[in-house]
Design a protein around this ligand. Structure first.
Ligand SMILES: *[C@@H]1O[C@H](CO)[C@@H](O)[C@H](O)[C@H]1NC(C)=O
Ligand SMILES: *[C@@H]1O[C@H](CO)[C@@H](O)[C@H](O)[C@H]1NC(C)=O
Ligand SMILES: *[C@@H]1O[C@H](CO)[C@@H](O)[C@H](O)[C@H]1NC(C)=O
Ligand SMILES: *[C@@H]1O[C@H](CO)[C@@H](O)[C@H](O)[C@H]1NC(C)=O
Ligand SMILES: *[C@@H]1O[C@H](CO)[C@@H](O)[C@H](O)[C@H]1NC(C)=O
Ligand SMILES: *[C@@H]1O[C@H](CO)[C@@H](O)[C@H](O)[C@H]1NC(C)=O
Ligand SMILES: *[C@@H]1O[C@H](CO)[C@@H](O)[C@H](O)[C@H]1NC(C)=O
Ligand SMILES: *[C@@H]1O[C@H](CO)[C@@H](O)[C@H](O)[C@H]1NC(C)=O
Ligand SMILES: *[C@@H]1O[C@H](CO)[C@@H](O)[C@H](O)[C@H]1NC(C)=O
Length: 391
């Protein structure tokens, strides 16, 4: 069976299963989710399953919306707790059980230039909205309930939003932004080969000193715009096809999982149909780059580890497991041989069939211990100056 046929069969069985549980009628996001044809790809199945089998109201069999007293059972009395000298907590729940029903309305309520950290606690559910955290709002935390439980999703593309950079479902420009246990999704249609303007960013991280813990990033082309500043990603799940982590930030990705959803390539064909990274370092004076440590790369397609979006593109993979979806040459200079002199692509102690160095492009560096050292831990992003532990 073709992959498409397999997905449709699988999907129909999921839908039939869900209809039989009646859950989708009690929990509208599921219905909305299932009716959104753009989500009908294997990559979104975890979402369909997760969102349609979890519901805000665990014990009752009444139709949604039920009375406020049962739907809001999750909230203990006194939640959210009052402000302290250093932190305020705002609560978002799509059923209206606490302060706000949209994430943006909570962000809007945060004071400009506030000195405190504001934790925006976001209940389970998919929040269909485009969210922006402006430069004037620093130290905001998005606390979700798990990367398969809380998500913010929108569907702009480069075409609909007048440019890739504006297509993000969520854009953060404030410094010290933190996200925990939440997913960022762009549900625009997955581009077909040759489509123009189909780039669809899930999040644009445009502020300095931002950290992501246990987060999901779902999209196809240009999923994660790791735009500028120093950023940390730990135990995140990042899905995409073409250039799915791109931008000019200085970032450490620790224990993350990168999953390609590029189309499977039949054996014997030499097509390359994606790239994990497209780092955009434009000059030798910039100290930016992406470092991946203890990560895994899998999924479908035949893809590059990176391609040189700009001439001084800098990316290293360290102790990372790669399946055979990585093309033997590994990397691409954007078909501009001049960039071979300026880009910096390194691999160190990687494993798996995709990590075989024997056919790598000539400019790829097999890093020595000394070359790898600056990229190995959070010192790479000056973490000692700003990165706080998870708790
Ligand atoms: C539930 O809704 C009723 C009627 O709208 C209201 O009077 C009551 O205060 C609400 N209870 C809670 C706990 O919010
Ligand atoms: C919080 O601020 C108030 C007023 O400035 C001060 O009296 C109080 O001691 C502070 N509490 C803590 C825990 O720092
Ligand atoms: C959020 O809700 C809590 C509890 O009802 C309340 O004390 C607090 O003032 C609310 N905050 C905002 C910004 O509305
Ligand atoms: C923050 O500043 C913007 C732009 O000046 C203004 O529109 C907004 O009302 C301010 N927000 C708050 C919460 O003060
Ligand atoms: C986003 O979804 C809306 C509502 O389903 C639809 O009208 C719109 O065309 C979609 N936009 C894109 C770029 O696909
Ligand atoms: C939140 O993320 C952390 C860091 O990845 C993880 O250890 C924890 O289990 C996650 N919690 C939930 C509820 O998903
Ligand atoms: C690496 O690839 C070369 C050429 O395809 C092959 O001969 C070699 O056995 C491979 N090495 C490993 C460890 O798989
Ligand atoms: C990567 O894994 C190694 C061994 O598994 C561990 O010693 C090291 O601290 C990890 N590095 C990071 C940055 O998590
Ligand atoms: C990173 O590793 C270096 C060299 O081993 C060490 O000096 C530094 O303290 C480490 N930094 C962090 C943030 O762990």
């Amino acid at each position: 069976m073709s992959p498409k046929r397999t997905s449709l069969t699988l999907l129909s069985s999921i839908i039939v299963g869900l209809l039989s549980t009646q859950l989708i009628f009690q929990y509208p996001p599921c219905l909305k989710c299932l009716l959104n044809l753009d989500l009908l790809t294997p990559s979104f199945f975890p979402y369909l399953i997760s969102f349609c089998t979890q519901k805000p109201d665990h014990h009752h069999h009444h139709k949604y919306p039920k009375s406020n007293t049962t739907i809001c059972d999750d909230f203990p009395p006194g939640f959210p707790p009052p402000d302290t000298n250093t932190t305020s907590i705002l609560c978002v729940d799509r059923n209206g059980c606490c302060n706000f029903t949209t994430v943006q309305s909570a962000v809007d309520a945060v004071g400009n230039f506030s000195q405190k950290r504001t934790v925006i606690w976001i209940n389970k559910g998919i929040y269909y909205e485009k969210v922006t955290i402006p430069r004037t709002k620093s130290s905001i935390t998005f606390q979700g309930q798990g990367l398969y439980s809380t998500a913010i999703a929108w569907n702009d593309t480069a075409n609909s939003a007048h440019g890739t950079f504006n297509s993000a479902s969520v854009s953060t420009f404030g410094t010290n932004f933190i996200a925990k246990n939440i997913s960022f999704i762009n549900v625009a249609p997955i581009p077909s080969p040759g489509d123009v303007g189909a780039q669809a960013v899930a999040i644009r991280v445009g502020g300095d000193q931002s950290a992501f813990w246990g987060c999901g990033f779902f999209g196809a082309q240009d999923t994660l715009h790791d735009d500028r500043g120093r950023h940390y990603f730990k135990e995140c799940y990042i899905q995409g096809s073409i250039d799915f982590i791109f931008g000019d930030a200085r970032s450490l990705y620790e224990s993350c999982e990168m999953i390609s959803i590029a189309s499977p390539v039949p054996a014997g064909l030499k097509v390359i149909n994606g790239a994990v990274t497209a780092h955009g370092r434009a000059s030798g004076d910039e100290n930016t780059g992406f470092s991946f440590v203890n990560c895994t790369i899998g999924g479908t397609g035949r893809i590059w580890l990176g391609r040189a979006w700009r001439p001084y593109s800098r990316v290293v993979f360290i102790n990372t497991f790669m399946t055979d979806i990585i093309s033997p040459e590994g990397w691409n200079d954007f078909n501009d041989p001049a960039r071979d002199q300026t880009l910096f692509y390194g691999e160190y102690k990687c494993s798996g069939p995709g990590a075989n160095q024997s056919m790598r492009a000539p400019y790829v560096q097999k890093l020595s211990d000394a070359q790898a050292l600056p990229f190995l831990n959070a010192s790479y992003i000056d973490g000692d100056q700003w990165l706080q532990p998870f708790n």
